[in-house]
Design a protein around this ligand. Structure first.
Ligand code: SAM
Length: 241
């Protein structure tokens, strides 16, 4: 597993929030993994490549359960050590015009959604790859993870595997998490209120600390936030397409 500042990730609402928004997204490090273009073998057994952390599916016990004021949410059913891989953020990869159309439809329906937008600044720094991953209709457990203004206990990390056409987004434990805790992350990137960890300890989230994220939560009007943290801004990140 290798981390480089090769690409910057900025996961944020579909269009940039106003500069003065407390929910401004920040750039992140990326995780590079082996992939289809590597000669190494997949698998965690003897001889298996270890640089494929996010490619083995969800290995931790999670529960989707109602959370007061937020609809459904995700809780840990076992201790998750800092740096543990929790899950990929899976969903439909959309082009931007389709993503905008869907957002308009979600808005019209007045419903929440789970459309995550990530902008990957390319090494030239003159252009960016934009990922629109919509987990609203098809996705995995990640689509039930709620927002927390203090950054939550998960970190969203951009994952690039050799030979894979598109990057992915994965969620890692940003700190030690106790059984029963609700899993959350910031929908708009690392919260200014969240204390970034140093880079010392081993673990993906450690080194990729600072990952931003913007899943779902696109609300046309300000939607009250029920994260309940001291850092709460009172509303979910908003987007202005
Ligand atoms: C990606 S989904 C998360 C799962 C969602 N709670 C559900 O029941 O399907 C995003 C939606 O969850 C709700 N949500 C997420 N975080 C919240 C929070 N901190 N406070 C209130 N609602 C939240 C919003 O309706 C948002 O549009």
């Amino acid at each position: 597993m290798e981390f480089r500042r090769r690409a910057e990730l900025s996961l944020q609402p579909l269009s940039k929030p106003p500069k003065e928004s407390p929910h401004a997204a920040e750039s992140v490090l990326a995780l590079l993994e082996c992939g289809p273009a590597c000669a190494c073998r997949h698998g965690s057994g003897a001889g298996g490549c270890l640089a494929r952390t996010t490619q083995r599916g969800v290995r931790v016990r999670l529960a989707v359960a109602p959370v007061p004021g937020k609809g459904w949410g995700v809780r840990a059913l076992e201790p998750l050590p800092r740096g543990a891989f929790v899950c990929d953020y899976t969903g439909e990869y959309l082009n931007t015009s389709d993503a905008r159309a869907r957002l308009a439809a979600y808005d019209a329906a007045g419903a929440g959604h789970a459309l995550l937008v990530a902008r990957v600044v390319l090494p030239s720094a003159t252009s960016a790859l934009r990922l629109n991953i919509d987990a609203t209709r098809r996705g995995n457990v990640a689509r039930f993870v709620n927002h927390s203004c203090d950054g939550g206990n998960l970190e969203a990390v951009l994952v690039m595997a050799k030979g894979e056409l598109l990057p992915r987004v994965a969620l890692f434990a940003a700190r030690d998490i106790a059984p029963g805790e609700e899993l959350t992350f910031s929908y708009c990137g690392r919260s200014k209120a969240a204390a970034p960890a140093g880079g010392g300890a081993a673990g993906a989230a450690d080194r990729a600390r600072g990952a931003g994220a913007a899943a779902g939560g696109r609300q046309h009007a300000f939607t009250p936030c029920a994260c309940g943290t001291p850092a709460c801004y009172g509303f979910l990140p908003s987007e202005f397409v």
